[in-house]
Write a protein that binds this ligand. Structure first.
Ligand code: COA
Length: 259
């Protein structure tokens, strides 16, 4: 079965992370599947909203670290902006129709940063958000270096992006990253209900409302995604990142004392 399930019903395209054994970590092929589904959702007049969801126990452990390691040790080929993850981020950031997310359990790295590009976010009370880029020798992505300070305030964003520690659903509610905290077993259904409510509204009015709300920040967001991508591409090849990736694979603590 595919690692990304795509199901369209009642005007809602539901994208489900389906790689629970690997904690829904996201491979290049999964980013490509997400981008293709969003492309189709954008074109298809029968799709009025998109819901992104995981499992009641895990939203996503972020980028697949084995993929990171493979990219970091391969000779630099295509520009970073053509990497599947960056292409997905550009696609979701520019997606014109409403996007809803249902988040339960850990939402690590891009599992959290993709939420900056969703319109409504529902979280299970077991949700744990984190952006541990620095801990992996990496830098923020998804324009989170721009959007987290704007949404959370600088100091809380610095705590999230520099310490990289998880923050729970209630804290995410307080900073405005989520709309509502709900029981994990009900989260996907509640988010689906909200998505269907949006899907029943006049589509052109919704699309125009989203465009107008995003108009001021959109160019800066796309520019930041690219700028972060350049830094990310360099950071991925750094000794610190290689040590962090190896440590994760070897199930040990990283030792940054020599990098
Ligand atoms: N990439 C590749 N494999 C991953 C992964 C990732 N991002 N996250 C988890 N896995 C794998 C683990 O290696 C483990 O594999 P194994 O069964 O062969 O040992 C399996 O998924 C289960 O993960 P585990 O860590 O045992 O689950 P957990 O419930 O104890 O913890 C997380 C869940 C999400 C908190 C933890 O897996 C984690 O922190 N993952 C890494 C997150 C990360 O740093 N992502 C990159 C962000 S930029």
């Amino acid at each position: 079965m595919s690692d990304i399930l795509v199901h369209t019903e009642a005007g809602v395209m539901t994208l489900t992370f389906n790689r629970v054994a690997r904690k829904n970590s996201i491979t290049g092929a999964m980013y490509d599947a997400l981008s293709a589904a969003l492309g189709q959702a954008s074109e298809d007049a029968a799709v009025h909203a998109v819901l992104i969801q995981g499992d009641p126990t895990i939203f996503s452990a972020g980028n697949d670290i084995a993929d990171f390691m493979a990219t970091a040790s391969a000779p630099a080929a295509a520009p970073m902006k053509d990497a599947p993850g960056i292409r997905f981020l550009r696609t979701i950031a520019a997606f014109p129709k409403p996007v809803i997310a249902a988040v339960c359990g850990p939402a690590v790295g891009i599992g959290t940063t993709l939420l900056f590009h969703c319109d409504l976010v529902y979280a299970g009370d077991n949700a744990a958000f984190s952006m541990p880029f620095v801990n992996l020798g990496l830098v923020p992505e998804a324009a989170s270096s721009l959007l987290a300070p704007r949404m959370f305030g600088y100091h809380r964003a610095a705590e999230a992006l520099m310490l990289g520690e998880p923050f729970m659903a209630e804290a995410a509610l307080e900073v405005g990253l989520v709309n509502r905290v709900v029981p994990p077993t009900e989260c996907n259904a509640i988010a689906q209900g909200q998505a269907r409510k949006l899907a029943a509204k006049p589509m052109s009015a919704l699309i125009e409302t989203k465009r107008l709300m995003k108009m001021a920040q959109q160019p800066a967001v796309l520019e930041r995604i690219d700028a972060e991508g350049v830094s990310f591409g360099q950071a991925m090849r750094s000794p610190a990142a290689k040590e962090a990736f190896s440590a994760f694979m070897e199930k040990r603590k990283p030792d940054f004392s020599k990098v």
